[in-house]
Design a protein around this ligand. Structure first.
Ligand SMILES: [Fe+2]
Length: 416
């Protein structure tokens, strides 16, 4: 008598992956990572990638970090099967703590995209961590039947000290689905220290599915830095497009939402989500855009934030936003952002605004009667137009340096 494949819960199922993929390819199309593209599953018949249902339990990504607070770290990763997951972590060489996520009394499980928050961290400390995912092989009525547990490698990260005098931020923007640009541009930083990497929008052309998010962003970031340094990501107008745009928040941590603030060393940073570039009622958005109200809500939030003691006392006030308030075209999103945000930047004395979107890099000092703050705009996605922006902030000076993709300095700015 034949054994049922899933009878032994602690053994890997007998499975011929090559045979499965060959058969799957006959009925659909199979991509490089074993993803299956099923046609006709959305209205316009464009393929959407879904993970293959039967392959060995494995990680689809390494862990990637995110934080807006030096006492917390958000750790995310993706598995190919539904799991119960946790993180083991500790100071120095120990992995003596274990934490899982709980939502409304129920321990997070039966999911593939994992987010665990370490929220008892001490600023200025180095931590070790590793992720773990125990497969949920099936449910016997209402009881989970577990399978194999897989563990990630042990990595380290360091929280930023409260009294740190100096921080270094790297900024990438407008890479538009070119994963090879991540290692190329990050390499230009050489061995200079940095604390986090800010992704300033339009990292994709439009959102197609999970495989795109993994291959075009998460994997190049984890290969480059994100297993050890936080990655902060504000949406550009292109992240708002496509069938998977509504799922973006499932893959990246936004503890405050898509617009947010954070403090690191002498920098009080604000990230604004500038939304789409055209009017909400343009036919191209099919009635699914409502960014006027979204920007107006942010302006209310922004003014309140700028009245806070933390903002007022900060040495430098830096804003990140994808669409620049000036030096773009006169499209609605740009003009609306200018109308709502620029007067607040002037009134509350923002020191620096860092943008993308135009694909033309530039350093624009303050201009009387237009904007009292400098605007730095990063380059575009094509070789020859790409840039890496480096921000170094100490108590004495905030320095911005922009490198083109040959490593040549193409812009700089200093605030003393
Ligand atoms: Fe853009």
């Amino acid at each position: 008598m034949k054994k049922p494949i899933l009878k032994m819960e602690n053994q890997k199922p007998s499975f011929n992956r090559r045979k499965f993929l060959t058969n799957a390819a006959k009925i659909a199309g199979v991509g490089a990572a074993g993803y299956i593209y099923i046609r006709g599953c959305n209205n316009d018949d464009k393929p959407i990638a879904v993970p293959p249902p039967i392959i060995q339990h494995e990680f689809l990504t390494q862990p990637y970090l995110h934080t807006l607070d030096n006492k917390q770290m958000y750790i995310r990763w993706i598995t190919n099967r539904n799991c119960y997951s946790w993180v083991e972590y500790g100071e120095a060489t120990a992995l003596d703590k274990k934490i899982h996520a709980v939502t409304d009394g129920l321990v997070n499980a039966n999911n593939r995209v994992h987010e665990i928050v370490l929220d008892d961290l001490v600023p200025g400390k180095t931590y070790q961590y590793r992720v773990a995912s125990k497969e949920i092989r099936r449910w016997d009525e209402d009881v989970a039947v577990f399978g194999e547990t897989i563990y990630g490698k042990t990595y380290t990260f360091k929280t930023i000290a409260d009294d740190t005098d100096e921080v270094n931020l790297l900024v990438l923007n407008d890479l538009h689905d070119t994963p090879s640009s991540f290692p190329h541009l990050l390499k230009l930083n050489g061995s200079d220290p940095y604390d986090l990497v800010f992704l300033n929008g339009d990292m994709f052309n439009y959102q197609k599915g999970e495989e795109q998010i993994i291959n075009h962003l998460i994997t190049p970031c984890t290969n480059g830095f994100a297993i050890q340094k936080p990655m902060l990501f504000v949406r550009g107008n292109h992240e708002l497009r496509g069938p998977f745009a509504h799922q973006l928040k499932d893959y990246f941590s936004y503890p405050q939402g898509y617009y947010f603030h954070f403090q690191c060393g002498p920098v009080f940073a604000i990230a604004l989500d500038t939304g789409e570039d055209k009017e909400d009622d343009r036919p191209v958005y099919a009635g699914l855009a409502a960014f006027d109200a979204f920007r107006e809500k942010q302006a209310v939030w922004l003014e309140k934030l700028m009245q806070s003691e933390a903002y007022r006392n900060a040495r430098y006030k830096v804003v990140f936003m994808h669409i620049p308030p000036f030096y773009s075209n006169d499209a609605h999103g740009s003009m609306h952002s200018r109308k709502l945000f620029s007067p607040l930047f002037d009134q509350y004395k923002v020191d620096l605004v860092v943008c993308g979107h135009t694909h033309v890099h530039g350093v624009h000092p303050p201009v009387k009667d237009q904007h009292d703050y400098p605007i730095i705009i990063g380059g575009g996605p094509k070789p020859g137009t790409r840039t890496l922006i480096k921000i170094n902030a100490s108590q004495q000076e905030l320095k911005v340096q922009m490198l083109d993709d040959t490593g040549k300095e193409v812009g700089k700015y200093s605030i003393k």
